[in-house]
Design a protein around this ligand. Structure first.
Ligand SMILES: CC(=O)N[C@H]1[C@@H](OP(=O)(O)OP(=O)(O)OC[C@H]2O[C@@H](n3ccc(=O)[nH]c3=O)[C@H](O)[C@@H]2O)O[C@H](CO)[C@@H](O)[C@@H]1O
Ligand SMILES: C=C(OP(=O)(O)O)C(=O)O
Length: 421
């Protein structure tokens, strides 16, 4: 397994390109299953998760061609309506092929995704919504068997709490349902708006995305389209926090302040300067201290759970105490013991961690435990004295495109130590 070696203390300067969002690309890729015509996606990040979804789509008969950041997906015929356990278990987002296949073919068999390191992550809201739309759902040997032989019907679905995955999943399926579907208490994440934009380009009738009520008027078929994936707000927020932790100035190209939601204001409270420019978001911190600031994770526009671990690394050298409350996932503090190995002072009480700023962090061997936790270790290592070796970086490769190249190009001392080296 590859490792990353980082020597901390170097400020970051220059331009850093922000890729298309993983959490959007994976959903718009699944949307290709809704049409027999090619879907052309631009700014698709080159990530392990994207490659994994290409394998799954190939299993369904989709012809996928990559040319740089452009991915063309041609689902002229769906050759298999089964998404097997061996592929789905490797990546949760692959569960979202169920809705499009069900909507287009009238039946689908998709492995349950199971839990993962950060929490149990059930899919009951997805399945209840499909039932409300007239599908019969059975669970058999770890698979969801969904059937709607006469097609799905529009329905009113009120989610008891905000679910990004369920909102996206039902929105896709509803595009081909008979009649109108209304989603209440829908998620408002930028990735939802991006998916809605892609679906509209394909001929779907979607309204209200970006608000908590989304209306989808079903149509009989969708057509091919070209769509550019929205910039990755988590990659953008992570590099902004790296600047906050170690100092310097980066132009995050394609970045936009509004994509950060409330995290933008939080970063400013912490002492960062954010400036929107034509080409992207400029973030800087020059010599001023990192002000400890408390946050609670919430659905968008609240502070993103996917930035919580990175924020704790930023707070590790803050001026005082910061409390960090995680409300989305029940087990998303696995980075805490690893950050402590670097000298961070963090205590955890239930869903809340308290980070007391220390004057220095010191490099140490640490282990990445999940995708965003890995990024928190990178940020802490960038501002730690001496060398940090981070193992299990395959977690990072799931969601951060060319991380070591991008950081090296802006001045970080970071090297990938290859498994076979
Ligand atoms: C609201 C929120 O911030 N969602 C995050 C969630 O999206 P993701 O789509 O993975 O998860 P959801 O938004 O669906 O989950 C929100 C909460 O609802 C629960 N749940 C969800 C579906 C369901 O059928 N039943 C159920 O109980 C989940 O376990 C979780 O506690 O993880 C992604 C990856 O980290 C993040 O990018 C998203 O920002
Ligand atoms: C946990 C994440 O991804 P996934 O939902 O694919 O597990 C993430 O993007 O932080």
């Amino acid at each position: 397994m590859d490792q990353l070696a980082i020597i901390g203390g170097r400020e970051l300067y220059g331009e850093l390109p922000i890729a298309g969002a993983k959490n959007s690309a994976l959903k718009v890729m699944a949307a290709c299953l809704l049409t027999a015509e090619p879907l052309v996606l631009d700014e698709v990040p080159d990530l392990a998760d994207v490659r994994q979804l290409v394998v799954l789509l190939g299993n369904h008969g989709v012809i996928c061609r990559r040319d740089g950041a452009r991915l063309t997906l041609d689902a002229a015929a769906i050759s298999s309506t089964t998404a097997p356990y061996d592929i789905v278990r490797k990546m949760r987002a692959s569960f979202n092929v169920l809705g499009p296949i069900l909507a287009r073919e009238g039946h689908a068999k998709v492995s349950l995704p199971g839990g993962c390191a950060i929490g149990a992550r059930p899919v009951d809201l997805h399945l209840k919504a499909f039932e409300a739309m007239g599908a019969s759902i059975e669970l058999e040997e770890g698979y969801v068997l969904a059937e709607a032989r006469n097609g799905l019907s529009g329905a009113e679905v009120e989610f008891p709490f905000v679910s990004v995955g369920a909102t996206e999943h039902v929105m896709m399926a509803a595009t081909l349902a008979r009649g109108t579907t209304v989603l209440k208490n829908a998620a408002r994440e930028p990735e939802i708006v991006d998916l809605a934009d892609c679906l509209r380009a394909m001929g779907a009738k979607v309204e209200g995305d970006g608000t908590d009520t989304i209306t989808i008027h079903g149509v009989s078929s969708l057509h091919g389209a070209t769509h550019e994936v929205v910039a990755d707000r988590i990659e953008m927020g992570s590099y902004a926090m790296a600047v906050g932790a170690v100092g310097g100035e980066l132009l995050l190209t394609r970045g936009r302040r509004e994509l950060l939601g409330s995290a933008a204001g939080v970063l400013e409270e912490c002492g960062l300067t954010l400036k929107e420019e034509v080409r992207g978001l400029r973030v800087s911190r020059w010599g001023t201290p990192t002000v400890s600031t408390s946050i609670t994770t919430e659905p968008f526009p609240g502070f993103a759970t996917d930035l919580q671990a990175q924020f704790m690394a930023l707070m590790a050298k803050g001026t005082g105490k910061a409390s960090v409350t995680e409300t989305i996932f029940e087990n998303r503090f696995m980075h805490v013991p690893e950050l402590r190995r670097l000298g961070a002072d963090i205590t955890v009480d239930g869903r809340t961690a308290t980070v007391t700023g220390v004057s220095r962090l010191k490099g140490a061997p640490v282990m990445a435990t999940d995708l965003r936790a890995s990024m928190s270790l990178i940020i802490a290592a960038l501002c730690a004295e001496g060398q940090t070796m981070i193992s299990r970086v395959y977690h990072l490769d799931r969601g951060f495109e060319r991380l070591d190249d991008k950081l090296r190009a802006v001045g970080a001392l970071i090297e990938r130590v290859r498994e076979d080296a």
